[in-house]
Design a protein around this ligand. Structure first.
Ligand SMILES: Nc1nc2c(c(=O)[nH]1)N[C@H]1C(S)=C(S)[C@@H](COP(=O)(O)O)O[C@H]1N2
Ligand SMILES: [Mo]
Length: 426
């Protein structure tokens, strides 16, 4: 990519960077306006006194100017905040890791306060030796680190009938992506011994939390022994209370509801329990009134996070960074296409780094915006060859009765003044 800066005079310097994107226009504004800028020519307040000492804030919080980058809920969605959800401010973040402090929360009976000392994890059912682990016990098993996304199956669920919520935070913010540290569930199940379970092919584990809702879910044994993680750290530090402190389950690529927080019991069973969370909830009603169940995997999905309704273009035409997130519950993201004309023509976006399994990928498309309206969309591809569907393609299969598992292509209408709106192109 070539970005050139114009000096006041005739000289023109070019800065070359490695990225092999198409040439973009001139970033002229900053240097041209420099002459007489008091922020350069005058002594500033912050240079005339000392700043805060160390320890001014023993646990650092974002600077006050970033006070907008917070989780938000949509009040009319739920009757109260106890059994409710809020949304990650994905429109204001970059990279892929979600800071814990603004990672969305979904509680069925509120976030509980559970001390490590009071923590117990039971493994029972069809095991050789039922076991109870304390928090300290868990710390003595071999540990693993993995970056995974956790997406509520209801993410984008309000958009089935038409474009509704105005902002990427609200349409796509029921997701976070963190680096988890913990012990594989396989290790703990083997510690209890699976001989008593016999043939493991048709066995299940039922997992439940210590909160009043318990949020119990059945997981097929094959997944339980594959990549499920019993996690106690996220992004290097203890889990936050709202994300299940001190221990939660990570079920990579599968719907957030199965990521049981405040994990307290794992039962090996001969069949699925058919709990509330996997029958009346988290099933998908089709056009003919029947419902799909066991729709665990989160299919490939993407969204442009900027520009977007909460992140309008403020700099006018010229060089513009279009960016967003892509993820797939079936494996790694292999590519993302972006269109600025509502799907007539597509360009390949640049992935910030190669996609990783069941983790978010960041994409960029650097363009020279002509200042005219755009219909911005992104389309994700994953390593299985799956391509993110349009809204019409999804509705053809699923009808209009669904809430969960809406992974269709999202459209932002960007107007010549840089403002963006959630619209539908089917
Ligand atoms: N114990 C317990 N686990 C739970 C829940 C809950 O209410 N209680 N909510 C589930 C749902 S529906 C989702 S989407 C994820 C949300 O995880 P988060 O709050 O860390 O974002 O946790 C899941 N695990
Ligand atoms: Mo959820």
């Amino acid at each position: 990519m070539t970005v050139s800066f114009k000096d006041k005079g005739a000289s023109r310097r070019q800065f070359l960077t490695g990225a092999a994107a198409a040439g973009v226009g001139t970033v002229a504004a900053t240097v041209a306006k420099a002459a007489g800028d008091p922020l350069i020519t005058q002594k500033q307040e912050w240079a005339q006194a000392t700043g805060d000492g160390v320890d001014a804030s023993p646990y650092g919080l974002p600077i006050q100017f970033e006070g907008d980058v917070i989780r938000r809920n949509v009040e009319w969605l739920t009757a109260d905040t106890i059994s409710s959800i809020n949304f990650t401010p994905i429109h204001a973040l970059d990279g892929t890791i979600t800071p814990q402090g603004c990672a969305f929360e979904r509680h069925h009976s509120g976030a509980i306060e559970l001390r490590k000392e009071d923590y117990r994890l039971m493994i029972n059912g069809l095991v050789d030796t039922p076991l109870v682990f304390t928090y300290e016990d868990l710390e003595r098993f071999p540990r693993e680190n993995h970056v995974y996304f956790c997406e509520c199956a209801a993410n984008t669920g309000m958009e089935w009938a038409g474009a509704q919520l105005n902002g990427a935070q609200f349409t796509h913010g029921m997701i976070h992506n963190m680096e988890y540290t913990g012990v594989s569930l396989r290790t703990l199940l083997n510690e209890a011994g699976l001989g008593a379970a016999g043939d493991l092919k048709d066995k299940w584990v039922y997992v439940e939390g210590a909160d009043a809702s318990s949020n119990g879910r059945s997981i097929p044994m094959e997944k339980a022994l594959d990549d499920v993680l019993v996690a106690f750290k996220a992004n290097g530090e203890a889990l936050r209370k709202e994300h299940g402190y001190p221990v939660r389950l990570c079920v990579p690529g599968w719907e957030g509801n199965m990521w049981v927080k405040w994990l307290r019991r794992i039962e090996v069973t001969a069949q699925a329990i058919e709990s509330r969370e996997e029958t009346s909830k988290y099933t998908d009603t089709l056009e003919d009134g029947t419902s799909r169940k066991w729709t665990w995997v989160m299919d490939a999905k993407s969204v442009v996070t900027s520009p977007s309704p909460q992140a309008p273009i403020k700099h006018g035409k010229g060089p513009l960074v279009i960016t967003g997130l892509a993820w797939s519950g079936r494996g790694a993201i292999t590519g993302v296409d972006v269109t600025i004309d509502g799907g007539k023509t597509w360009q390949k976006a640049r992935l910030a780094k190669p996609g990783e399994k069941m983790a978010m990928a960041r994409f960029y498309l650097d363009i020279d915006w002509n200042g005219e309206e755009m219909f911005l969309q992104s389309r994700a591809h994953d390593e299985t060859g799956y391509v993110q569907p349009t809204k019409t393609q999804l509705r053809d299969v699923r009808g209009l009765n669904s809430i969960y598992h809406n992974n269709c292509i999202q459209t932002w209408w960007v107007k010549p003044n840089g403002e963006a709106e959630n619209v539908e192109i089917s």
